[in-house]
Design a binder for this molecule. Structure first.
Ligand code: FES
Length: 146
């Protein structure tokens, strides 16, 4: 799938899923179900802002997949044990499939690469970590510069 085709597919998928509705699982064709609800985030001046005061992010290890018209791939926002958040691109670094958040790992449904919640590779075939965004947190608001 070319980059342009994949981009269009992702945009259509996000629209079809009605991104913005809480609790909607990201479940693209041929992919394993994700435990991360798909949620729409606001982007202004290249900064994504998201209020983390939601039940889906209440506990350590909880995560959501954030989408926006400005994103080619969802960003996985995952609560760490210390209450801060990791923000990781869902683009698998092997061949670009969308990784899925499972209970303890991020796993790519295409060829099985696995990553921890910081994007570090646990299992190949990829050898490259997921792209991690810097997430600035002020109270319950997380800001990610894109
Ligand atoms: S595209 Fe993810 S493991 Fe191949």
């Amino acid at each position: 799938m070319t980059n342009e085709t994949r981009r269009e597919f992702l945009k259509k998928t996000a629209l079809l899923l009605g991104a913005g509705a809480t609790g909607t699982a990201l479940n693209t064709a041929g992919c394993a179900p994700s435990t991360a609800p798909l949620l729409r985030a606001q982007v202004t001046d290249s900064v994504l802002r998201f209020d983390t005061a939601i039940p889906e992010l209440a506990l350590s290890g909880d995560g959501v997949a954030l989408v926006s018209d400005y994103l080619e791939y969802p960003i996985l926002l995952i609560r760490r044990t210390d209450g801060t958040f990791s923000a990781i691109s869902a683009e698998c670094t092997h061949l670009g499939c969308i990784v899925k958040k499972q209970k303890l790992v991020l796993r790519c449904p295409c060829h099985g690469s696995a990553y921890d919640f910081e994007g570090t590779v646990l299992n190949g075939p990829t050898e490259v970590p997921l792209h991690q965004f810097r997430a600035k947190q002020t109270g319950t608001i997380v800001e990610i510069r894109l």
